[in-house]
Design a binder for this molecule. Structure first.
Ligand code: SF4
Ligand code: SF4
Length: 399
């Protein structure tokens, strides 16, 4: 991997980031972002320190959100981790499995989803996975019978002459294609025909979080070539996953600056919820909702907050008159695949405990949140129904 470094010297050691780090609050194994990020980075650049507690960072980005100096602490951690894992990668097999879900899906693709899910839920299989470091208590997603991109090809859409591309992200593509179809439904109503090119692949966030920076770079190149092509045709490229959005907008130029500049490409994607809000403002998205719609809770994913674009999914629900209130209870704890990892699972559940309590006590019909793994974690921990905001919107509009 080419050495790319974020300058740690903007840090003034105020420790605000450590106060806001949900992992440091739950385990003494992690000294917190100030220490592990900019402070140790100065020593790492001199080859003077390697600290195993670096692996505890979940890449949730709450430190970045809090830092008054704009230090990209989580990126410092991810790049340092990747450099350390090039020398020795503990839990290599486990980390590869949890960070390459798309490749894994290709390998076991011909098997029916029911069989794949049955095997994954089998006690003996969970025991074996537990032995390699995937916690047997972790909430695992179920494969959908068909991928989103396959279902989209068979969908009859209105020919409006206006196209939008949807970058679905692995969660919608492999595990929750209905959320993608709900987005297509909304975009069709706003006057857009939706495409999803076969070239789109995993954005690479799970790979970065598990130290596979080279693999993330390979995917970045493939995705950016396609994004550039679509943008040159005047087709907006949307995503409904905050982690994918953050990866394209901020992480790719940080981790792979040479790739982004050599392609001469603006890597940013458009937030799908923001896109729908704008369509509604122009009078292009009109929906009738049934008057007896219930009460709902909205969870703001950490990566959504890190984007700094507000909470367009929440705003979209309110714009259509839905009774929704923010949970305002911090991180759910899963941080992509972090909560799957055996040594991290307990901390992951402790991080999410406040949110789980708010969900249980809320009396709301369902929780809306844009992030697929947040939905997985909240539903697993509380039993609550969890939906993408646009899926919730559709369910209330169609009845
Ligand atoms: S990314 Fe999250 S877990 Fe990592 S240091 Fe920052 S706040 Fe803590
Ligand atoms: S919040 Fe920013 S400036 Fe303050 S200690 Fe953390 S990294 Fe340094």
């Amino acid at each position: 991997m080419n050495a790319v470094h974020v300058n740690p010297d903007a840090c003034i050691a105020c420790t605000t980031c450590t106060v806001y780090c949900p992992v440091a609050a739950q385990t003494e194994a992690f000294p917190g972002p100030r220490m592990i990020g900019p402070a140790y980075e100065r020593f790492r650049l001199l080859g003077m320190v390697e600290d195993p507690s670096l692996s505890w960072c979940s890449n949730c980005k709450n430190c970045d959100i809090a830092c008054p100096q704009g230090v990209s602490i989580a990126s410092i951690n991810m790049m340092a981790r990747a450099r350390e894992y090039e020398k020795a990668h503990p839990h290599f097999l486990r980390d590869w499995i949890v960070s390459h879900s798309e490749t894994l899906a290709h390998l076991i693709g011909p098997l029916p989803a029911g069989l794949k899910n049955g095997v994954m839920k089998n006690g003996l299989v969970r025991g074996i996975l537990d032995m390699i470091g995937i916690d047997r208590q972790a909430f695992m997603p179920s494969y959908a019978p068909k991928r989103f991109r396959t279902l989209l090809k068979g969908l009859k859409q209105p020919k409006t002459g206006r196209k939008a591309a949807l970058f679905p992200g692995c969660y919608i593509d492999l595990y929750e294609p209905q959320a993608g179809l709900d987005l297509v439904w909304a975009l069709n109503r706003a006057g857009y025909e939706v495409v999803c090119p076969d070239a789109f692949c995993c954005c690479g966030v799970p790979m970065v979080a598990s130290g596979f920076m080279l693999d993330a770079g390979v995917n970045a190149k493939r995705n950016l070539i396609e994004v550039k092509k679509l943008k040159a045709q005047g087709v907006p490229v949307l995503t409904a996953c905050p982690s994918c959005e953050l990866m394209f907008r901020e992480e790719l130029p940080t981790f792979f600056p040479e790739l982004v500049s050599s392609l001469n490409c603006d890597s940013a994607l458009v937030d799908a919820q923001e896109f729908l809000l704008e369509a509604q403002s122009r009078g292009e998205l009109k929906l009738e909702l049934r008057p007896d719609a219930g009460r709902y809770l909205y969870h703001a994913p950490c990566h959504m907050r890190a984007l700094g674009i507000g909470l367009p999914g929440f705003e979209l629900l309110r714009r259509f008159g839905i009774d929704v209130r923010p949970a305002s209870a911090g991180c759910c704890g899963i941080s992509g695949s972090y909560g799957f990892k055996k040594e991290k699972h307990e901390v992951s559940m402790k991080v999410g405990a406040e949110l789980f309590g708010v969900v249980r006590d809320s009396g709301c019909q369902a929780v809306a949140t844009e992030c697929g793994t947040c939905r997985l974690q909240i539903a697993g921990a509380t039993g609550a129904e969890c939906r993408h905001p646009v899926s919730l919107l559709r369910s209330l509009a169609e009845r």
